[in-house]
Design a protein around this ligand. Sequence first.
Ligand SMILES: [Zn+2]
Ligand SMILES: [Zn+2]
Ligand SMILES: [Zn+2]
Ligand SMILES: [Zn+2]
Ligand SMILES: [Zn+2]
Ligand SMILES: [Zn+2]
Ligand SMILES: [Zn+2]
Length: 1756
Amino acid sequence: MADGADRGPAAGAAGGRAPAQAPERAMWCDERFDFQATFLQCLAKHVPNIYSAEMDPLAEKQEEMVQAAILYPLECYLFGEDPDIFLEKLQQSGTSQLCGKVFKGGETTYSCRDCAVDPTCVLCIDCFQNSIHKNHRYKMHSSTGGGFCDCGDTEAWKAGPLCTKHEPGASSSPKENSECQLNEEIMEHSRRVFPSVIRYIVDMLIWEEEKELPVELTISREKVDSYYCVLFNDEHHSYDHVIYSLQRALGCELGEAQLHTTAIDKEGRRAVKAGHYASCQEAKEEIKRHSENVSQRPLHVEVLHADVMAHQKFALRLGSWLNKLMSYSSDFRQIFCQICLKEEAGSEKPCFISKLMLWDARLHKGARKVLHELIFSSFFMEMEYKKLFAVEFVKYYKALQKEYISDDHDRVLSVTALSVQMFTVPTLARHLIEEQNVITTITETLLEVLPEYLDKNDKFNFQGYSQDKLNRVYSVIYDLRYILVSKPTVWTDRLRERFLEGFVSFLRILTCMQGMEEIKRQIGQHIEVDPDWEAAIAIQMQLKNILLMFQEWCACDEELLLRSYRECHRAVMRCSTNGRSREKTVFHLCGHTLESRPYRVSADPVSIHLPLSRTLAGLHVRLSKTGAISRLHEFVSPEEFQVELLVEYPLRCLVLVAQVAAEMWRRNGLSLISQVFYYQDVKCREEMYDKDIIMLQIGASLMDPNQFLLLILQRYELADAFKKIKPTKDQDLIKQYNVLIEEMLQILIYVVGERYVPGISNVTKEDVIMREIIHLLCIEPMAHSAITKSLPENENNETGLENVIDKVATFKKPGVSGHGVYELKDECLKEFNMFFYHYTKTQHSKAEHTQKKRRKQENRDEALPPPSPPDFSPAFSNVVRILNCDVMMHILRTLLQRAVELETHLWTEAMIQMVLHLLSLGLLEEKQQLQKSPEEEVTFDFYHKATRMGSSALNAVNVLMLLEKLKRVPQLEAQKDTVNWILQMFDMVKRLREKSSLATVGATSGSEAAKGDESSQEKEKAERKRKAEAARLHRQKIMAQMSALQRNFIETHKLLYENTLEAQGKDDAIMEEESTSSAIDYSRIALGPKRGPSVTEKEVLTCILCQEEQEVKLESAAMVLSACVQKSTALTQNRSRILELSGDTLDPLFMHPDLPCGTHTGSCGHVMHAACWQKYFEAMQLNFRQRLHVEQIFDLENGEYLCPLCKSLCNTVIPIVPLQAQKINSEDAEAVAQILSLARWLETVTVRISGYSVKNIKGEKQSLPPFTNKGTGNSALEFHSILSFGVQSSAKYSSSIKEMLILFATTIYRVGLKVAPNEADSRIPMMTWSTCAFTIQCIENLLETEGKPLFGSLQNRQHSGLKALVQFAAAQRTTSPQLLIQKHLIRLLGVLLPNYKGEDTPSLLEVDMFHILVGAVLSFPSLYWEDAVDLQPSSISSAYNHLYLFHLTTLAHIMQIVISSATESPTAHTSDNSEEAQSAQSFCREVCQYTSGCFSQDIPGWLVWDCVKKGIMPYLRCAALFFHYLLGVSPPEELLQVSEEGQFKALCSYLSLPTNLFQLFHEYWDTVNPLLQRWCADPVVLSCLKGKSIAIRYPRKRNHLIELPEDYSCLLNQASQFRCPRSSDDEQKHPVLCLFCGAMLCSQNTCCQELVNGEELGACTSHALQCGAGVCMFLKIRECKVVLIEGKTRGCLYPAPYLDEYGETDPGLKRGNPLHLCQERYRKLHLLWQQHCIIEEIARSQETNQIFFGFNWQLL
Ligand SMILES: [Zn+2]
Ligand SMILES: [Zn+2]
Ligand SMILES: [Zn+2]
Ligand SMILES: [Zn+2]
Ligand SMILES: [Zn+2]
Ligand SMILES: [Zn+2]
Ligand SMILES: [Zn+2]
């Protein structure tokens, strides 16, 4: 027994659990012994040893030792048998019905909108996928961590609480044993073991002595002086701070400091130094000192004795052991919970679990995690114990919250975050309210944590608040929301009392808010600092739903409602004291008087925070709705009620808003503007603005209407404005008055007209939402998300939108970009109310404009009268009386009179519009009343009042007369239709009054009544029509003029308009077609004696910089095309190939047939003078040097710039070299053919090459074997023979063109090889040919995948880019030494002509043949160069050179195809016996011979032909493009269309090939035969034929972005199973999917960073270097965003190609709707890649979104 710990490693080697030592186990098994003592003894002995090496812990070894020495014996004792066997049995017997999975940060959670009781009810992905909710309207979100899966909780789900996995009986085990019962013995043991274990854990976790251990644990050991200096995690110090402090304090390396810091962040603490007490203490002080230097606060450091540290660590290990055990059996859980809850008899001390909770804020991160997990796996899995836990939790609630508020860890790491798990369970909530008075507890907590913000009047004031602290306070507010989230259906007396108690307590909080943060208008001087307003508004936002929920709860029960109303009313009254000291004053107008205490918003303090008044308003409408209002007097006596006082404060607030609009509060700064904004914004308005309007309605319904209006006039400080005394001449003041009048009229319109509140009228919540949506859509069609954002959310985050949207709107699907929108249904248009109270000023005018325009288009009048409002409920029916009261009439008449009298400065059109609106409301009301009741009963006499004279004066007028006059006011032309409508209404109401019989009128509705005056209406209609027609003609004329102008403009600025749009590209393609059609008679063959003429046009280009035109000529100054060179893996056939990151030693002459990485040159097609461009570039450099601190979008050092016109990212320019037109006489040429056969040509070339070799490659004496028998013996005469078929002098390029040729070639070299520029490097020509070939291949590939014809369908920018590139590549040769070119050429030919094969010449199967073709054709003219005599082949010579070079490469390529398809097995037995098949067959026989049978002769000829024909297509298409752009010969018509068969024939014809390709071998048999033999003898070829290696198949596969699942949750599922390949911890991961190759990477995490060239790169960045040669496309799965990155410094975000059912993307899964793949959008991404536009996209996005600069793309 004594050696228990020492044998650790040896025992561990046995793997996992080692058998315990017999005596030890035996002793534990002894029933009589004291378990507690033995257990502690055992720990005392082993634990310090096991955890001795804290500085450098070997986690695996420690774990083995723990298992062997402690856990295994413990389990043996506990279970009474082998733990593995026992647990296996237990596992099978099924576990809890609750899932209980605890979420880590970033994991996706699912909620069902149909079935979840509240939005906090969530499922884990496994449960969700196996639940019925999969087919419901679900939401998915990213967890912040700490929540848990509610699967199995019947209270969380209205339906389907269990997934199929957790359904009883679903597991494979027999059902009868579904809840395993432990036998009594094990239970007994558990009851012995658990208390000791738990006690040990609790004791150790809350142990505070640094140096000492509890006595029980110190026995049998000598105390040693061994300590650790332990550093703790906090949220104040950044990673870098900690690293810095550690490096300084401990003098350690960066790497070590980083290691410590990462561990501290993960575990929460770590030993950073071991040693004697004194040295640790010293280190502690050092660390504190250094950390204080960087960030004010010192780091938390402690010195702990090694044994203390060891035991604490083991305590946590025991915690996770228990945690695991909990999952096996309900009995274990129950026993555990019982012990945790057991209070010591007679002791005041909290039970174990409470102790831990109370200690939580003092525990380090790692310990908290273990503790919380333990709570989840035990208490939360047993409903009964969850309740008991909740009771304990509430018992210590205040203490816990206070601890949390002063803690510095995130909420997810706090035990207080568990509240949501308990408070949202309805039965638990009920219980906690009834038994624990939880509402009061929470509100009191809130009051206790906020006192520092109370001012002398006991009102809150958040000036100088701490954001972090307030955020912590919000969590208490959240708890209130959780508790209230589900309204009880059954009320007990106790519940009612407790709730009311809670409500009263809550009113105390509101009391502290009522009138808080008062402000006073600043006069004269601007305020110095904007006060903090955000905190108060933020709290208001947090409280909004809680206020609504309280009101809802109150309204559950009439008694409760009335009692809470009384409490609330009292609270309001208590707060409504100020101003009482002032003397009342009297205000007279039109014979009415108002007595009130003077108060002016513009001079006295005012607050917009009135939650008490607003709660009262909310309760009031509920009284009205339930009818309980009839009993109100029993609770609040009429004397107490004091309606004027209730109205006073909300009215002041509305006046404040009006005065702000009138710019009277300019000097109070932005803070006030923001507050006013939020006051009316959707996030707050329900409990602010809306309630204030309701309060005015309450006032209007209970006060005398004239008095009410007088009060309003007085508070708006407009009493003078309506008196006959003329106001001042001061323009500003007049303007101010006008705005105030408008604002007041608007409020009056709202008071009378806004009735869509349940209780104010008889509408439902659905009606209310419908009306909101209708008014939003009256502005314009809107996306789902936009509508959602404009609607208030309820406590369940629902807006109710779904239920009604289809009733009022139709959905329109989105295109490739943009989003789907809802359009209002026509039948809803009549609901439009121009003065809808939730419109902002902009929305109001936009909506008015839209609706007027619509009516005009429908050829209707432009009147937009109010819709008939619903009737007020009885409690509010008196409100309408303000319409026909004297003061109102006075107001209306005064304003109309001012308009008619043309006192222009005293009225505005908006004002008149509102007057008209009020008139309409009055008439509508009277009409409605008349239609409902007999005329004599209708006392609402608006008509009568309006037609009465304003005074007895002679010139007195009534409203009706004024209206008639109004029609003639020129400024009010736009209101004429409305005035007419009102006049007709007058007429109708008059007739209704006159006719006492109701029956006939009843049916006539408002708009129909307008038909009254038939003839005048007809006339007006005709007039309108005539006007409309005139307007149309006028428009047409203007349009014609415009388009003429435009055409001119386009012509003069043609280049500006080119190729920015694909559509325009098409037009250009047509133009090109037209231009080529003139050459229709000419031969359309590019190669050989029959080649057609070059079709060239004089090219006159305009420089986009100086706008001057210039013709492109060899000898003139260079013009250039902006271009971007980039490395590309777009065509790769093998992504696993490792790319060389630097090309220092790379030989780029040969391209591997896998096309692993090429150099692509693209252009945006914009032309500049070389000189202009240089100037532009230099200016930009200068500019940026001056702005040192501006982070650059582009890398000037590397030549990057943005195209001056289209802002594409470019890094070079392509010089535009004109095509040298060539034309040959076919007859002459054919004559030449007689002598210049392929054999002869080869011979000449051979001689030339060998002559060259002998002469020029001294020292490198390759003995080149003679190609033909005649050999080289034939003297120097043959040596020059190549010249004999025609030469001409080389083109002379202007020096500026030459300069540009060199510049561009060097860029290709630099970028393509990632090396420093070197104009003299021999690889420059190779890179030139390579980028030319590769770019053509990319374009061919793109055209094919897009299904476009080879010619004529290129975008203009691609066309001009390619043209310039090919011509450049041909001209580049002249800037290099010809000897060098010749040397390259010989190496290229070496592949085709094995005689010349050097050591480094690759085999036939290791090269891409098209690259060889391009290189050979472009370098071939160098053979004509001789000792500084600069000659080039004549047109005829070129024609043959091209033909033979092409035929040779084609033969070689056919050979490649045949060899690689040799292993193909026939798929169908179509015995095709065509001529081609036969030729193929005979060819194969030959090949078979030369390979000594390696090539199987059995392959049917038709199959070989089929393979060749398919395989050769891309090559032929590339060749056709190449020769076309090189020579300018028009292609055959067939290539301008898409057709399989026609294309092949046309290609063969254009390229001078027989359609039976094997004919080619036949034709040249004598020459080709020896080549064939040599090719076949190549070892690589043979090994491939033997099946030992695999050659690339042709045609090559075309790359696509990986296939994505249709349903986004599949991806989320994948992500949830993702495990980081480098670390096993369960920290939050960001799985990212490479869309090129499908690799899943661990992004933004230190574990997967890679060191590349001495730099730390994130997983994505380093993957991109390989996968996409630096440019790559990823999908961040958890965020649903695509990331484009380039290199290490640049990247951008792009919406993922997934759309929800509303046609919208969801970056960040904020909306959380189910998402489905949109193929069109994914295709767009694919094109972005294949067109090499990713870099461009990134640059563009960085231009517009400069915000991304802050992101460190390198670490992605
Ligand atoms: Zn689950
Ligand atoms: Zn489940
Ligand atoms: Zn559901
Ligand atoms: Zn220019
Ligand atoms: Zn451009
Ligand atoms: Zn990849
Ligand atoms: Zn990782």
